[in-house]
Design a protein around this ligand. Structure first.
Ligand SMILES: C[S@@+](CC[C@H](N)C(=O)[O-])C[C@H]1O[C@@H](n2cnc3c(N)ncnc32)[C@H](O)[C@@H]1O
Length: 248
C-alpha cells in the first residue's frame, strides 16, 4: 500500500506501508532532497562533460531522473543524458501518470507517460531506460562506464541488499575514474562499504537538508573528506553490510 504525502517543501512524496518508510525525507522535502543530495552535486562535479551517464537506484516516483532532466535543460542544455534506472515495483511506475508532481515537472508529462507505459524514453539529447527488475541483479549484470550513481534505495535497515559491500563492489566496477555516488545515507556501515571498494568518502552538508554522503573515485576539493581511518579506529567493531547477512 502506498499513499501520497505532502512534504515540507510542498512537493508530494509517497509512504510505503510495506517498508514503513517514506520515499523521501518529508522534513527535507522530496524535491529539495533530490536536488541537494543528488542532482546538484552530480552535475557540479561533472560540469565539463557534455555527455552524462547516470544510474538511478531506484526509480520510485522518478524524482532523481526528472530533476536531472530539468537541471540539464535549465543549466546544461547542450549536455546529453543517458539514464538507467531499475525499479522492482512495476505497478508504481505504471501509476505515475497520475502522480501530483511539482510544477517544474509539467514539461515532462510526455516523458512520464512514456516511462509509465513503455519503460523508456528517447529523444536526440536523452535516453532513459526504466527496467522493472531487482536493482541488485541489474547491477551485477550491467557493464560499461557510468559517471554517477544516485544511491536512493530505501534505508539500509529496511532494504539491506542494496547497501552491502558486494553490492557496492558492483557499483565500483561500473563507476568510472571521475565518477561519483550520491546518497542520503550517512551510516558508518554505508560509508565503510564504499570505502572498502576504493571510494573516497565526503560529507555533503548545507542549509535546509540533513547531512548526506558523496563517494568519489577521485579526490574532491569541493567537499569535506570523511576521515575513514579515524572513524574505523574509533569504531573497531563497525562493519559494512554483507550479502551473506542480508536477506538475499
Ligand atoms: C526510496 S524509494 C526511491 C525514491 C526515488 N529515487 C524517487 O525519487 O522517488 C525506493 C524504491 O526502491 C524500490 N525497490 C525496493 N527494493 C528494490 C530492489 N531490490 N530493486 C529495485 N527496486 C527496489 C521500491 O519499490 C521503491 O520504489
Amino acid at each position: 500500500m502506498k499513499e501520497w504525502v505532502q512534504s515540507c517543501d510542498g512537493s508530494y512524496t509517497a509512504y510505503s506501508s510495506e517498508y514503513d518508510e517514506h520515499y523521501h525525507s518529508t522534513k527535507d522535502g522530496a524535491l529539495n532532497e533530490s536536488l541537494k543530495k543528488h542532482i546538484e552535486p552530480a552535475f557540479a562535479l561533472h560540469r565539463e562533460k557534455d555527455h552524462l551517464r547516470l544510474i538511478d537506484i531506484c526509480f520510485g516516483l522518478g524524482f532523481n531522473t526528472l530533476l536531472s532532466l530539468y537541471y540539464r535543460d535549465t543549466y546544461y542544455p547542450d549536455t546529453t543524458l543517458e539514464i538507467y534506472s531499475p525499479e522492482l515495483d512495476g505497478d508504481l511506475v505504471s501509476s505515475l501518470v497520475d502522480f501530483p508532481y511539482p510544477e517544474i515537472f509539467e514539461p515532462y508529462r510526455n516523458i512520464i507517460t512514456d516511462i509509465a507505459t513503455l519503460g523508456a524514453y528517447v529523444d536526440e539529447r536523452t535516453v532513459i531506460t526504466v527496467d522493472i527488475m531487482d536493482a541488485r541483479v541489474a547491477m551485477r549484470e550491467m557493464d560499461g562506464e557510468w559517471d554517477v550513481c544516485y544511491q536512493d534505495a530505501f534505508s539500509p535497515s529496511t532494504n539491506p541488499t542494496l547497501w552491502t559491500r558486494e553490492y557496492f563492489a558492483d557499483i565500483a566496477r561500473l563507476i568510472g575514474k571521475e565518477g561519483v555516488v550520491t546518497t542520503y545515507s550517512t551510516a558508518l556501515a554505508t560509508r565503510l562499504a564504499l570505502y572498502e571498494n576504493g571510494f573516497h568518502v565526503y560529507l555533503n552538508t548545507g542549509e535546509g537538508y540533513r547531512n548526506a554522503t558523496i563517494a568519489s573515485r577521485r579526490e574532491l576539493e569541493e567537499y569535506e573528506k570523511v576521515g575513514m581511518e579515524h572513524k574505523i579506529g574509533c569504531n573497531p567493531n563497525a562493519q559494512s553490510l554483507r550479502d551473506e547477512n542480508s536477506a538475499l
